[in-house]
Design a binder for this molecule. Structure first.
Ligand SMILES: Cc1cc2nc3c(=O)[nH]c(=O)nc-3n(C[C@H](O)[C@H](O)[C@H](O)COP(=O)(O)O)c2cc1C
Length: 324
């Protein structure tokens, strides 16, 4: 189809899409070309039944990958019109992108696109320097631009109250042997194409830590390398909690993360209080917000680090047989 996207455009854009974050770096996405449109699918073969029984995490990750796809196509001068969950009978198809009128990329698209390869989850302690007001404002704007909200917890008592909810959720999850087994199974050697490399897993948790961290086989902490005493904690939320809302939240998550990267900030994610329904409700009520918390971020100034590996492109692309 002449007016549609090509296999080459799909390949280029998918290279950026796969840089998105996902639970345990499971990379639960596939991309295909159908009738000139690029489609993003949840990969049914890549599930975390104990950690993500509802598929929330997979849809958030696919939403984040979709945001990168949108940026890549826009920067290539071929921006997309996006339909979320376009086929009611095929819930695995998260989005369909078709070409919009060609135009030049906006400066904002170029800036966010340039941040894609630099973004990574930084689970190490951050410097104690506060995040300036203008950067905080930009992060909130990033969420709002994607139809979500970002609530920054102000003051140590708000962070303490959040920490209590998060530790409670962490304990609930850790009591489940199937959940623990999944987490341990996705800790990887440095060169594996998926999973969390032990070197990226952050340091061992210590009893004095304010926030609970998932254990990905990190190194014991050297003395004096405690976490920042007053972390900037941000809760990302969406208007509702349908499958579409979760894909929307994934796009907002990626926009917030890329905005943080562009501002020289690091971020890590902690989703335990979102994964345990009672904790999620407690969190929502503590914020006094309508809608649904979809992710919690710790944001600050971190040490440089490295992006984690991804699978080869041919493992995530479904190409029509008649097209190369
Ligand atoms: C839905 C979702 C939930 C996540 N939850 C956590 C979490 O609780 N703790 C954590 O350390 N990282 C969490 N992450 C981050 C992933 O582990 C990370 O994105 C993945 O390992 C790939 O690494 P990268 O972000 O450096 O590219 C989450 C990511 C997503 C998309």
């Amino acid at each position: 189809m002449e007016s549609g996207y090509t296999v080459e455009q799909l390949r280029v854009a998918a290279t950026d899409a796969v840089r998105a974050p996902s639970l345990h770096n499971i990379q639960p996405w596939r991309f295909r070309l159908r009738d000139g449109g690029i489609e993003v699918l949840v990969d049914a073969a890549r599930r975390l039944p104990a950690t993500d029984p509802s598929g929330w995490g997979a849809r958030v990750a696919c939403g984040a990958a979709l945001f990168n796809l949108r940026l890549a196509l826009a920067v290539a001068g071929a921006p997309a019109t996006v339909r979320l969950r376009p086929y009611p009978s095929q819930p695995d198809v998260v989005a369909r992108l078709t070409p919009d009128l060609p135009r030049r990329p906006t400066p904002a698209e170029q800036i966010l696109y340039a941040a894609i390869p630099r973004r990574f989850s930084n689970r190490a302690p951050f410097w104690p320097d506060p995040v300036p007001a203008d950067a905080r404002w930009r992060l909130g704007e990033a969420a709002r631009a994607e139809f979500c909200w970002l609530e920054l917890l102000i003051g140590i008592s708000a962070v303490n109250a959040f920490a209590e909810i998060a530790h409670g959720a962490h304990r609930v999850l850790e009591r489940d042997p199937a959940y623990r087994a999944e987490r341990e199974a996705w800790v990887r050697a440095a060169h594996a194409p998926d999973g969390v490399p032990a070197a990226a897993g952050g340091p061992h948790a210590e009893p004095q830590d304010l926030l609970p961290s998932r254990s990905f086989g990190g190194r014991p902490r050297s003395p004096g390398r405690d976490f920042e005493p007053e972390p900037l904690v941000a809760v990302l939320g969406s208007a509702g909690n349908t499958a579409v809302d979760q894909v929307v939240a994934g796009q907002a998550l990626q926009r917030v993360l890329l905005t943080a990267t562009d501002a020289g900030l690091s971020a890590s994610m902690l989703s335990q209080p979102v994964e345990v329904p009672s904790a999620r409700e407690q969190l929502r009520m503590s914020l006094g917000r309508f809608g649904t918390p979809q992710m919690v971020l710790r944001i600050g100034y971190g040490q440089p680090g490295r992006p984690t590996p991804r699978r080869r492109l041919d493992e995530v692309l479904d190409l029509p047989v008649h097209q190369g």
